[in-house]
Design a protein around this ligand. Sequence first.
Ligand code: GUN
Length: 284
Amino acid sequence: MTAQIISGTELAKTIRTNLADQAARLKADGIEPGLAVILVGDDPASHSYVKGKQKACAEVGIRSFLYTFPVTIEEETLLEKIHELNADPAVHGILVQLPLPEHIREWSVIETIAPEKDVDGFHPINVGKMMIGQRAFLPCTPHGVLAMVKSVGIEIAGKHVVVVGRSNIVGKPVGQLFLREHATVTYTHSKTPDLAAITRQADILIVAVGKARLIGPDHVKPGAVVIDVGVNRLENGKLCGDVDFDAVKEVAGYITPVPGGVGPMTITMLLHNTIEAARQLAAK
Ligand code: GUN
């Protein structure tokens, strides 16, 4: 039996219809949700992601403001811009597209964003609140992954979730979100010996490494839910995930494709957080 495909594109469409309604209602109350996006340098992938985010904003009725800077920008200039956006009442969410050039300290940039405008959920205050179960902006990709797993209607409590990858953006927080849902969570990474022996125990396998086709059918328990966060560009220009989709779909119970899987859900959760930020800031 082949796996059921969890389409991020379809799920994102449903959620965005609801978000567009919410944005319209806020607008009727005189609040137009606004997202400021800062893009540094000319990495083609970053430019493409930012374009996707702006297009999605326009579709649901969020104003977006784009600030582009050359790769040579000084950290201080970038921080000044963030301070300015922190104080701008038309801006409810601030997103600095990562990665940043090496001479800019990522943590310094993230910590300068006002936590109440941190729609990426990267500020240590929001990370800490998420860890202890307080209300906070959830990081977009982990939140999107959770929504995709919930969409198939399986019980998460008591399930074994194995996370491959331990980045601050995806691996670490996604495990925390599933722990909050009462799953048993195992983290694995590049130093984990015999990765397959552990991933084969997963009821829900979440892969966020950035290595094309790292996960094959031997890594997957029959019937498991497999969520592929990886986006890798092959030599032929095509995108592919960290999971060997064609082979693994013959073993898994559910699987997400790349493209059309987690990507559209990440953007959807960014829209969700921006609308929430607008609502909260307006209520202050
Ligand atoms: N780069 C890769 N993913 C992300 C993300 O979710 N947010 C930001 N700001 N940069 C990223």
